[in-house]
Ligand binder design. Structure first.
Ligand code: GTP
Ligand code: MG
Length: 533
């Protein structure tokens, strides 16, 4: 009996909050070190071991060499902090704050030999991705290759949680029981190397604490002063923390306080980790959306495969952008993928309403009168009976949305069915939790038209490619053809502004052709991927 329980525990899939708790705890035992270029790894580790056991470590490049060291116990960090000195000079003014970001100074750096291997933190160049895809054997193989190249690595995920934890140290100097957690694509299983780091400042943990009374004779006086609404309170708190990061945040540069946005935020670049960070507060619904995507992404491997392919395709076709505007967002595209998979027969994934029906008492969650309840235990969700392959699904995705009646119907993942469109926006995707809102309200008619047009063209390319093997092709095929800067189309290439791109495509095609004619086995060879920076 005991053995069976163990077995169950090891096969149990982690819930979102279990995963987050484990990662946070791991980050709290970790430190970041900026190292000189030539660093003897063994010596460094031997030195650090004096403060306690090290359970994990890796090196990476971001404005110089850095190391992440994970101790087995938090106490080791305090010991190292006590043993480190704080520089004090004519231009250095220390503040009473013990950070977990260290600099390593070596006495004779030039004598040292470097033996460290760096873990890659950025996404490879597009041309290299396309080359790697051309060498794959099938579209399914291409999709898997794409995911392997672009998905967040174990080290990158650790670094994301560590960065949040380092920022939490600073915020906690103001508000001791606040927490900072990553959300968005850093945690929802759909993140690509190089994606931004969305941070959620949680001040509400105080309210949930069981020792906090809701009534009694003593009232504690602690308020945001002179504010008429919660929005103002959030703006004040973020303003103060932004100021703090700007003045004292180790490794934080280009701090911008964007407090008048619909969702107020502090944007900054964390130089030591290389992440572009967006710190927001009070947006529990966005955290719940991340959890929902995590559940869908963990349920069936085809969800991630398809979402990855579609997100990359959209980025390459400039359907999405890093600048906000009237185009689709990655979030909207992911919801479209989920909707499409719910609509297959039999469905690949269940509707949000069915996930709600599987919820138990402790899953109940109401945020600002919005019902955000759904099951958190993945093992309670039945596996799908659908057996379609990812390449079929990818092609069908383009076919489906290339012909979707956007003028009449809305996309609704809560029901898993299209509904009548409640207003005249070009595309209506119901917000899964704030059900009266459209998450793609920003998208205009011409962006939707481009999406539909490119979807049709892509469905056609994938169908045309069917059965084509990589051996015979001298041109990008399958998924690689979809990721070319613009889907090859002679009439379109002539249009103004496309000249440069088509030049780049030409060069790429030539290099692929040259490689495949040089040596017939060359297309089979694994291409090494070089990094962007
Ligand atoms: P990337 O483009 O890789 O950063 O994807 P992302 O999912 O992290 O998107 P982004 O950084 O723009 O937003 C972070 C999170 O905020 C998303 O995962 C959603 O949970 C939420 N979010 C973003 N855009 C919207 C929106 O238009 N409506 C709603 N309700 N939530 C959004
Ligand atoms: Mg993001």
């Amino acid at each position: 009996m005991g053995m069976r329980k163990d077995l169950q525990e090891t096969t149990k899939k982690k819930t979102f909050s279990e995963m987050q708790k484990e990662r946070r705890e791991q980050a709290q035992r970790s430190i970041l070190i900026s190292c000189p270029k030539k660093i003897p790894e063994k010596k460094l580790l031997k030195h650090l071991c004096q403060h306690g056991d090290i359970t994990n470590h890796f090196f990476f490049e971001s404005f110089g060499l850095h190391a992440v060291i994970e101790f087995s116990k938090k106490e080791s960090i305090a010991s190292l902090q006590d043993a480190s000195f704080i520089p004090r000079g004519e231009t250095e003014f220390p503040i009473p704050f013990k950070s977990r970001f260290f600099h390593l100074n070596l006495k004779n750096p030039s004598n040292q030999t470097s033996d460290v291997q760096c873990s890659n933190q950025s996404s490879p160049l597009n041309a290299n991705i396309i080359k790697a895809l051309c060498n794959a054997e099938s579209v399914e193989n291409q999709i898997n290759t794409l995911m392997k190249i672009l998905q967040l690595t174990e080290e990158n995920i650790r670094l994301r949680y560590l960065t949040c934890s380092l920022i939490e140290d600073i915020a906690a100097a103001y508000f001791p029981s606040c927490t900072i957690k990553p959300f968005g694509s850093s945690v929802n299983t759909f993140g690509k190397l190089g994606c931004d780091l969305d941070m959620f400042l949680d001040l509400d943990d105080i309210g949930k604490n069981s020792t906090t009374k809701t009534e009694g004779s003593f009232l504690m006086e602690y308020q945001v002063k002179n504010v008429p609404s919660e929005r103002w309170a959030t703006q004040k708190i973020l303003g103060v923390i932004g100021e703090c990061l700007d003045n004292f945040g180790p490794g934080c540069v280009s701090v911008q306080k964007i407090l008048n946005a619909r969702c107020p935020l502090v944007r900054f670049s964390h130089q030591a980790s290389g992440f572009q960070c967006d710190l927001t507060a009070n947006n529990r619904i966005a955290m719940k959306s991340s959890e929902l995507l995590y559940i869908y992404g963990s349920l069936d491997s085809r969800v991630r495969a398809l979402a990855f392919s579609v997100r990359c395709w959209a980025r390459q076709q400039s359907l999405t952008s890093s600048i906000p505007g009237s185009w689709l967002t990655n979030f909207s595209l992911t919801i479209m993928v989920i909707f499409f998979l719910q609509k297959r027969s039999p469905p690949v994934i269940p509707s949000l309403d069915s996930l709600k029906n599987l919820a138990d008492v402790k899953d109940k969650c109401i945020i600002d009168n919005n019902d955000c309840t759904f099951v958190s235990n993945l093992d309670r969700i039945k596996p799908s009976e659908n057996t379609e392959t990812v390449d079929t699904l990818l092609c069908q995705f383009f076919e489906y949305f290339g012909n979707f009646p956007f003028n009449k119907n809305s996309i609704n993942i809560r029901k898993g069915k299209e509904q009548n469109k409640p207003d005249s926006s070009p595309i209506y995707i119901q917000n899964p939790f704030e059900i009266s809102l459209n998450i793609s309200r920003n998208v205009n008619e011409s962006q939707l038209e481009r999406f539909v047009h490119l979807a049709r063209e892509s469905a056609w390319i994938l169908q045309e490619n069917k059965g084509q093997s990589s051996k015979t092709s001298t041109e990008p095929w399958g998924l690689a053809a979809l990721l070319l800067p613009s889907v090859p189309n002679k009439s379109k290439a002539k249009k103004a502004g496309r000249g440069q791109t088509s030049e780049a495509v030409k060069k790429l095609l030539e290099s692929i052709k040259a490689e495949s004619t040089k040596d017939p086995r060359a297309t089979r060879k694994k291409t090494t991927i070089s990094t962007q920076s």
